[in-house]
Design a protein around this ligand. Structure first.
Ligand code: NZQ
Ligand code: ZN
Length: 392
């Protein structure tokens, strides 16, 4: 195991009706003038926004609002939010929505306390200071409710990039699984896929002897395999939604990633897809992961075989562990299909002729010099082949 530090100061309030305490928590964590940030309208239609405002009013906290965050959130609204926060002397941001709303809130939080262009944080500058952010989560997926990360797309060039820093970890996150019951099945499935991807990106490690985190990841993946189909079958299943929601937080606050090298190649390869085609991040990962895994599994056949046996229940073939490894990848693919996820470029709306554009952005964007690194280092040629595998 490698040396590590782990700082995860977020306060979690989990369960039914917890959103009604939003005002109390904002007060407790020092907010007096709040920006309520939300998305394209689901929280208005569900009545959640009204309940949150009522809770703030009851706590005597004033607020301004900014809606309109799109999935794959854009820089334009972040600039607008920063202006608004400065003008209104906002001292706390309350994100009401999914990963996109939370990430946009984090970007505004960092940008408001920074004299330069907030995009600097998305091109390598670490976030050291930000307004406090609280979240009320409406979809189990990105894990931003417990993570130190934010992912934003810059409209000019449609570059999708991430920023990081402990200052971006939410002060509190309210997780009421019942709020996720209004999700369309496709979004629920995309969320399940993203959670499983966060677990795989950590499982694919070059660090030896990391049994605690291996076992945590395996346990969470088994939970997702059990609960995913239950919630697709019965969207109102509160208990299944509850398990998925907490798994989503655990998968990405890095409790499963400490002390080990991690992969993130599937995420990097996917981010170019959601940047260019504006597809759901989880759906992009369903297409990306099997291709990446089939391309890299020979780097450590036994790691893939271990996953296949412990998580997918495959029989270990000691004479031919490659067979076991590949069986596990096929089992993942079948699972993703069974919950309604796409598996090919065509289903995603992606085009084969765009592969050179995707590869250029992937391997040369962000100051990269022709490759991406993770479990395996992948150059232009490798990335081209991986995208081609997704065409089918
Ligand atoms: O905008 P509204 O109207 O709210 O609709 C949203 C949106 O259309 C809808 N939705 C959310 N909760 C709902 C609901 N509809 C009905 N009922 C509800 N309860 O779902 C759609 C997707 O929302 P979004 O916030 O985009 O989903 P998600 O949480 O999957 O976030 C995706 C974004 O997070 C980034 C992704 O790249 C993507 O941009 N990620 C952020 C990470 C982080 N900050 O740590 C890590 C992840 O790997 C990921 O990259
Ligand atoms: Zn993700």
């Amino acid at each position: 195991m490698k040396n590590f530090t782990f700082y995860s100061p977020t306060f979690f309030a989990f369960g039914k009706d917890t959103e009604n305490d939003a005002g109390k928590y904002v007060k407790r964590f020092g907010g007096s003038k709040v920006l309520i940030h939300y998305g394209g309208g689901s929280v208005v239609r569900s009545g959640l926004l009204d309940r949150v405002k009522k809770s703030l009013e009851e706590a005597g906290i004033s607020f301004v609002e900014l809606g309109g965050v799109k999935p794959n959130p854009r820089s334009g609204l972040v600039y607008e939010g920063i202006e608004l926060c400065k003008k209104e002397n906002v001292d706390f941001i309350l994100a009401v929505g999914g990963g996109s709303v939370i990430d946009s809130s984090k970007a505004i939080a960092a940008g408001t306390l920074y004299d330069g262009d907030f995009w600097d944080f998305y091109t390598g500058k670490r976030v050291e200071n930000a307004l406090p952010v609280g979240t009320i989560l409406t979809i189990a997926a990105a894990g931003s409710e417990g993570s130190p990360d934010s992912v934003i797309t810059k409209e000019e060039g449609m570059f999708k990039r991430g920023a990081s820093g402990d200052a971006l970890r939410p002060r509190f996150s309210i997780l009421n699984p019942a709020l996720t019951q209004t999700l369309p099945p496709y979004q629920t499935a995309a969320g399940i896929t993203d959670i499983m991807a966060h677990l795989h990106e950590r499982y694919l490690t070059n660090t030896k002897e990391v049994e605690v985190t291996d076992r945590l990841i395996e346990g969470l993946l088994l939970t997702m395999i059990h609960e995913g189909p239950r919630v697709i079958e019965d969207p109102d299943n509160y208990e299944a939604r509850a398990n998925i929601m907490w798994a989503g937080m655990m998968a990405h606050n890095n409790s499963c990633g400490v002390g080990r090298s991690q992969d993130w190649n599937s995420h990097n390869i996917e981010h170019e897809l959601s940047a260019l085609y504006d597809c759901a991040h989880g759906a992009g990962l369903a297409v990306t992961m099997p291709a990446v895994f089939r391309y890299v599994y020979k780097h450590d056949v036994m790691r893939f075989a271990k996953l296949a046996v412990r998580v997918w229940g495959c029989q270990m073939d000691f004479d031919n562990p490659e067979r076991t490894a590949l069986e596990g990848i096929t089992a993942l693919e079948r699972f993703l299909k069974s919950i309604g996820m796409p598996l090919s470029f065509a289903e995603l709306g992606a085009k084969e002729e765009d592969i050179p554009t995707l590869v250029k952005a992937l391997c040369y964007g962000d100051g990269r010099t022709g490759s991406i690194s993770g479990f395996v280092t992948l150059d232009e040629n490798d990335c081209t082949k991986i995208y081609q595998m997704m065409v089918r």
